[in-house]
Design a protein around this ligand. Structure first.
Ligand code: ADP
Ligand code: ZN
Ligand code: ZN
Length: 719
């Protein structure tokens, strides 16, 4: 037998797979096996992507693998990894890395424990005359008293001696490391489904019984979407099928995870990057062996080794974290579509704020009301124009509403405040000469962080001491502009004193588990304010929140990107949805653009109206979903090298593109991490042709070795 092996290497130029001869020693090797192979003078890890009878090379020139590493990857996942590599113009190696067991065959082993059972001779020895030391007698008596094998703790030595005398039998058993799940938010019994929930469930089970399908579950926050996922998961399990539940980001939406855990217990495995290597490996193995049948996790969980997959749910399908921002820049929502289609599974996208792509393409079931029957909160747009800048970031209306919470002595409920940026002040300049402080590595301004007294670049992490005077003119008069979460938290704390304030942003939640912990503290508090970046609008459910505030609703609108409206609409709607569950709620949206459609439609809770307008605009401008965008980026130390690479790439690309495609650029992108950047953008309706052309052009450029010192990256469907 010949194994075609794709070596796992970072080199873009290497073109596998390569043939290896399998002797009898390797008769268990199949597609998905992870091997250590000789490669020139190196030894590389590689994945078997195919078995064949013949090779183009004579048998005597073929090498044998050195060893089999770790556990094999299921065949459908090998295919999925290779598909990702092609679809996102990456390399087979990087595509395959996504589907390997955690650790990728590099050393993370099982955790084992020594278990002991007493033998008949052992029982006889307890009552008998034989010599037993006090420790051995202790250990033996404990073994005799227990029905099941006991975990052996610190008594290894005595047990070993008992075993040597035939009085006990020892074995090493594998003990999976299970990640701990912090439980947050409202807990609930299993309710009777409302008619729209039941309709959604019926759609899903009907598809489970045939060969899959896709559905958009559109329902405001609190309308009972998660309850539908839970019952659909039960339905899939009853049919012997496995389930993947994708949730945004890490930390995760701890609430969704704990709801799945409490309903399905050990049938659940969670997979995410905050687990230890051992935990991740063990959760992966529990799925691989079928001990766990439901995987809950962020985008990478779309590659979970769930066998007999019947259902994939993408919760909060609008969330940008489903796109991976490093090579391969895959979109888990599209990978989920591919996987569901190949494995004939049902795919459900759920959200309160669907993407235009999903709205246009998918059948949908709507959950129009909140499950507890409470009305949607009243949303008020607070006009921030014509205000005196000295009044600070909070409007008088906002201050009043927060102050009322404090006056009611904590019995009045909780509030959530969303601030677009973290830190204290996002921008500093000299009042005398206008000098401003920006990152030496990136074309962005440094953000002042009062904690630690530093200025920080949010792109590359560069930090500087807070300046005492201007380096240009020596003036000590330095102005701080704008307000980040750190500063707003301090202002809010003053307004609501003595109520506690909980800050949630990537500064306060950088420690492992801190995110869930902050949410749990806010949950436990009788009253208080949760304040932070977009994180505060994600995936949790606190029934006693009566006030939500968006401090600067248009910061996302000002982004020069065709998704700016979509994002703003989602952000405002998502935060609003967190307010007023189980009673009255108020939402205040501070905006400098109070008439913007994304904001007014969100205020009217009108997703359908917003999406209709947005799709019309996208059609006119030929943006997704009416076209595919592919971006090729070149990054280099010198601007000239980046520019040169961009021109060469564009020149190769132009003749390969299908006639419907347009090529935009080369155009500059802002400097990042000390790299000058240029981009070339392809816009096309024939998606596969456009991606194929980019692949061919990039491979050509890479093979020609013209690009010394230039990093080239491809982003299909950039976000
Ligand atoms: P979503 O995922 O859309 O935000 P959830 O499924 O979390 O909504 O439901 C919101 C709340 O309503 C939860 O506390 C949930 O237990 C409850 N709930 C969901 N469905 C029902 C139902 N059919 N009857 C009563 N309560 C329900
Ligand atoms: Zn100055
Ligand atoms: Zn920087």
């Amino acid at each position: 037998m010949i194994a075609k092996v794709e070596p796992l290497t970072t080199a873009r130029a290497l073109r596998g797979p390569f043939d290896y001869l399998l002797s009898d020693r390797f008769r268990d090797v199949g597609v998905g096996s992870l091997l250590l192979v000789p490669f020139g003078r190196q030894r590389l890890r590689g994945v078997v992507v195919e078995l064949t009878e013949t090779s183009e090379l004579p048998a005597e020139r073929l090498a044998e693998p050195i060893a089999v590493l770790g556990d094999p990857v299921p065949r459908p996942l090998v295919e999925l990894g290779l598909w990702v590599a092609r679809q996102y113009v990456s390399t087979p190696s990087r595509g395959l890395e996504l589907v390997l067991p955690p650790g990728g065959g590099k050393g993370v082993g099982a955790r084992t424990e020594l278990r002991a059972v007493i033998t008949d001779a052992g029982r006889a020895a307890i009552g008998g005359e034989g010599r037993l030391g006090p420790k051995q007698r202790d250990a033996l008596e404990r073994l005799a008293a227990s029905q099941t094998p006991v975990a052996a703790g610190g008594e290894r030595d005595s047990l070993k001696r008992l075993e040597a005398r035939g009085l006990a039998e020892l074995s090493e058993v594998e003990v999976p490391r299970r990640p701990e799940v912090v439980s947050v938010g409202a807990r609930s019994e299993r309710p009777v489904l409302t008619p729209p929930q039941a309709a959604a469930l019926a759609r899903i089970t009907a598809s489970l019984d045939v060969d899959g399908g896709e559905l958009l579950l559109h329902g405001v926050t609190g309308s009972g979407k998660t309850e539908v996922y839970l019952t659909a998961t039960e339905a899939a399990l009853e049919r012997g099928r496995g389930v993947i539940i994708l949730v945004p980001e890490i930390g995760l939406t701890p609430q969704t995870v704990s709801r799945f855990e409490s309903r399905f217990g050990d049938k659940i495995a969670v997979l995410h990057s905050a687990l230890s290597a051992g935990e991740r490996r063990d959760e992966w193995m529990r799925l691989r062996r079928g001990e766990a049948r439901v995987c809950v996790g962020p985008r990478s969980a779309v590659f979970a080794p769930v066998e007999g997959l019947g259902l994939i749910v993408v919760d909060e399908e609008h969330d940008s974290s489903y796109k991976q921002e490093s090579d391969p820049r895959y979109d888990a929502r599209d990978v989920a579509r591919r996987r569901a289609h190949k494995e004939q599974a049902m795919l459900v996208f759920g959200t309160a704020t669907p993407r235009p792509e999903s709205w246009k393409r998918l059948d949908r079931v709507e959950l129009r009301q909140r499950a507890d029957g409470s009305p949607m909160p009243g949303i008020e747009i607070v006009d921030m124009r014509e205000r005196d800048g000295r009044e600070g970031p909070l409007h008088a209306r906002t201050r009043e509403a927060l102050a009322r919470l404090a006056e009611s002595g904590g019995g009045g409920g909780k509030a959530i405040v969303m601030v677009p940026r973290r830190g204290w002040s996002p921008f500093l300049d000299c009042r005398v000469c206008g000098h401003s402080w920006s990152c030496p590595n990136c074309d962005v301004s440094l953000v002042l962080h009062r904690a630690g007294d530093i200025m920080r670049c949010h792109h590359c992490g560069h930090t500087e001491r807070v300046p005492e005077k201007c380096p240009e003119c020596g003036s000590v008069s330095i102005a701080r502009h704008g307000a980040g979460s750190e500063r707003v938290a301090e202002i809010v704390a003053e307004v609501v004193r003595p109520l506690p304030v909980f800050r949630l942003d990537s500064d306060s939640a950088s420690r492992k588990g801190a995110h869930a912990q902050i949410l749990a503290e806010f949950d436990r508090a009788d009253a208080g304010v949760l304040i932070g970046t977009q994180m505060v609008a994600k995936g949790h459910d606190f029934p006693d929140v009566v006030l939500s505030v968006v401090v600067d609703a248009d910061s996302s609108l000002r982004f020069p990107d065709f998704r700016a409206e979509e994002r703003t609409f989602a952000l405002v709607s998502q935060l609003a949805g967190r307010s007023g569950r189980g009673g009255a709620g108020q939402v205040l949206v501070q905006s400098l653009a109070p008439g913007a459609e994304a904001i007014t439609r969100a205020a009217n809770n009108d997703a359908a109206g917003f999406l209709a307008g947005e799709l019309e605009r996208r059609r006119e401008l030929s943006y997704p979903p009416f076209a595919t965008l592919v971006r090729v980026e070149m990054a280099a130390k010198e601007a000239r090298a980046a520019e040169d690479a961009a021109l060469k790439t564009a020149a190769r690309l132009r003749p390969l593109l299908p006639p419907d495609a347009t090529l935009l650029g080369p155009a500059p992108r802002f400097r990042l991490r000390d790299r000058e950047r240029r981009q070339v953008l392809v816009k096309a309706t024939r998606r596969a042709d456009a991606i194929g052309a980019v692949r061919e052009a990039v491979e050509g450029v890479v093979a020609s070795k013209e690009l010394r010192g230039v990093q080239l990256s491809v982003d299909v469907d950039p976000q």
